[in-house]
Design a protein around this ligand. Structure first.
Ligand code: AP5
Length: 213
């Protein structure tokens, strides 16, 4: 099964992709995580994409497509994958389509999650993560017991640079200009299912599950 999740920052793509991947036993591929890892490792790719990530701008299509084509060709993707955060432009969607056609693959379903802008800003600007073990926190919904300190490992709890409110608002603008046209792109192909992302994570997951064919 090959599934794609589209939605503005904070819509819950990562949260739902993780649940779906565990449920369907196929890998979740997240361009954002791949780029952040490259930045952390100071790899040539990381050096190339760092400034885009920090500004909340999109990485150029060519760079994204090269990375994803390599990742999707790995053996763990044989039975399918959940794409989270890719494609994000019509150019990337066309590139993905071409890559799949060449391999006689089809995209099964596209889920579009949506949340009101202010909810997205609240969710993302409160998001925190342990810099050592990666445990996720939220200043409002799930703060660590001791401020700034990870519960299980004692590591430093930090905010993603691009999660500061000003950058989040820019990312939302980029989404409506560059990524929202994909709703039309996949709608025309009869692949799109819209899901209300403002419900609880469990309810959103149940709703997606009921739409999976
Ligand atoms: P990326 O990491 O993909 O960020 P994003 O799309 O902006 O998405 P987020 O991870 O911020 O939000 P999400 O929808 O996954 O929500 P999540 O589940 O985490 O991309 C980062 C950057 O990389 C981009 O800006 C760009 O520079 C670059 N990039 C990546 N892909 C690219 C591409 N294809 N082309 C070009 N550039 C690319 O949830 C967010 C928060 O809300 C969490 O705290 C979570 O706990 C909470 N939450 C989730 N669901 C719920 C719920 N139902 N109720 C309450 N809280 C919830």
């Amino acid at each position: 099964m090959r599934i794609l999740l589209i939605g503005p920052p904070g819509a819950g793509k990562g949260t739902q992709a993780e649940k779906l991947a565990a449920h369907l036993k196929i890998p979740r591929i997240t361009t954002g995580d791949l780029f952040r890892k490259a930045v952390q490792n100071k790899s040539p790719l990381g050096l190339k994409v760092q400034s885009y990530l920090e500004k909340g701008a999109l990485v150029p299509d060519k760079v994204v497509l090269e990375l994803m084509e390599e990742r999707m060709a790995k053996p763990d993707c044989k039975e399918g994958f959940i794409l989270d955060g890719f494609p994000r432009t019509v150019g990337q969607a066309e590139g993905l389509e071409k890559w799949m056609v060449q391999r006689e693959m089809v995209l099964d379903q596209v889920f579009a999650l949506d949340v009101p802008e202010e909810e997205a800003v609240l969710r993302i600007s409160g998001r925190r993560q342990c810099s050592s073990c990666g445990s996720a926190y939220h200043t409002r919904y799930h703060p660590p017991k001791k401020e700034g300190v990870c519960d299980p490992c004692g590591g430093k709890v930090v905010q993603r640079k691009d999660d500061e409110e000003k950058t989040v608002r820019h990312r939302l603008k980029v989404y409506s200009q560059e990524t929202a046209p994909l709703l039309h792109f996949y709608g025309k192909k009869g692949l799109l299912k819209k899901v209300d992302g403002s419900q609880s994570p469990e309810t959103v997951f149940k709703n997606i599950g009921s739409l999976i064919k």
